[in-house]
Design a protein around this ligand. Structure first.
Ligand SMILES: [Zn+2]
Length: 297
């Protein structure tokens, strides 16, 4: 039996671990007559998705919606689309080429997780172009009276989008509203993925999503959270502060390790918490690439 929980009206959450990453990955199923799968994850997660669907009595999928084309969110879309040939895979227009020809995604995954990543995460297969739907910003799909709206949310990646469920006032936010650090309480780090993180776009997206006045956030690397305003303020603050610390450190010629320590010290004084060192190293390198590309250092 797969551990599957109804986390909001007819929204079911499954959890899988991402080996080699200090995080969980959440998959959401909406078992309407046209089944929806939000955040399919890597191909290695497909057996638990199928098991979860069986438990919910879901036979088919109409929509497969990854928030963005990174391996941990979308590695399985090609294989899944093959298993459910009637399904449409919703992808941001800027992500379509990576879904149809995942060679760049495969290369970046190899760089992070090694040439043998398939052993742990499963293969990354292409999606047939005929199954891809590239929604416009703000486009809605209606499923049994449930309105799902796609909203472009660049910053973590240029092809990131989020899904607003109007009936729940709930937002499937991917990594657009921070990366939850695990612990008794939720703390949000900026979800910085080198090399395409863009701080300005990320902050801009955060403010646009704040204006939606949602009541529920469905995280992909965390749970379901009910205090959007507090959490959105926290991720905005940390995105700015971390950026300020990295930029100051780079201008002073500090090494990445020293900058990471400064972020760690700041986090302890601000929240009384030790932040995961590997997470901070990735964040520092993503900001450094961003500030370099902007010509600021
Ligand atoms: Zn990502």
């Amino acid at each position: 039996m797969v551990d599957i929980k109804e986390v909001a009206h007819k929204v079911y959450r499954l959890e899988t671990s991402v080996p080699g990453m200090n995080t969980v990955f959440a998959i959401y199923l909406i078992p309407e007559s046209d089944g929806v799968l939000i955040e399919p994850g890597p191909a290695a997660a497909i057996p638990i998705i199928q098991e979860g669907m069986k438990q919910l009595g879901m036979e088919d999928l109409a929509y497969i919606i990854p928030t963005h084309i990174h391996m941990d969110h979308a590695g399985g879309i090609g294989t899944l689309a093959g298993l459910f040939p009637g399904a449409k895979v919703l992808v941001h227009p800027r992500g379509v080429k990576h879904a149809v020809d995942p060679s760049r995604l495969i290369n970046s995954t190899k760089m992070v997780f090694g040439d043998d990543f398939e052993l742990r995460f499963g293969p990354i297969a292409p999606v047939q172009e005929s199954q891809i739907l590239a929604p416009e910003d703000g486009e809605r799909i209606s499923i049994n009276g449930r309105e799902l709206q796609i909203i472009y949310a660049p910053g973590h990646a240029p092809h990131h989008m989020v899904i607003l469920d109007h009936s729940l006032k709930g937002l499937f936010c991917g990594e657009a509203l921070g990366f939850p650090s695990q612990g008794a309480e939720i703390f949000l780090l900026p979800a910085v993925a080198p090399p395409s993180f863009d701080q300005e776009l990320y902050l801009d997206t955060i403010e646009r999503l704040r204006q939606l006045e949602t009541q529920m956030l469905f995280y992909s690397h965390g749970g379901v959270e009910l205090e959007p305003e507090r959490l959105i303020s926290m991720v905005a603050e940390n995105t700015r502060t971390f950026g300020d610390i990295v930029l100051a450190g780079l201008k002073e010629g500090q090494a990445p390790e020293a900058i990471s320590r400064r972020i760690g010290d700041h986090f302890i004084s601000r929240y009384g918490l030790k932040v995961n060192e590997t997470d901070v190293e990735v964040i520092v390198s993503g900001y450094a690439i961003y500030f370099n590309s902007k010509g600021l250092v």
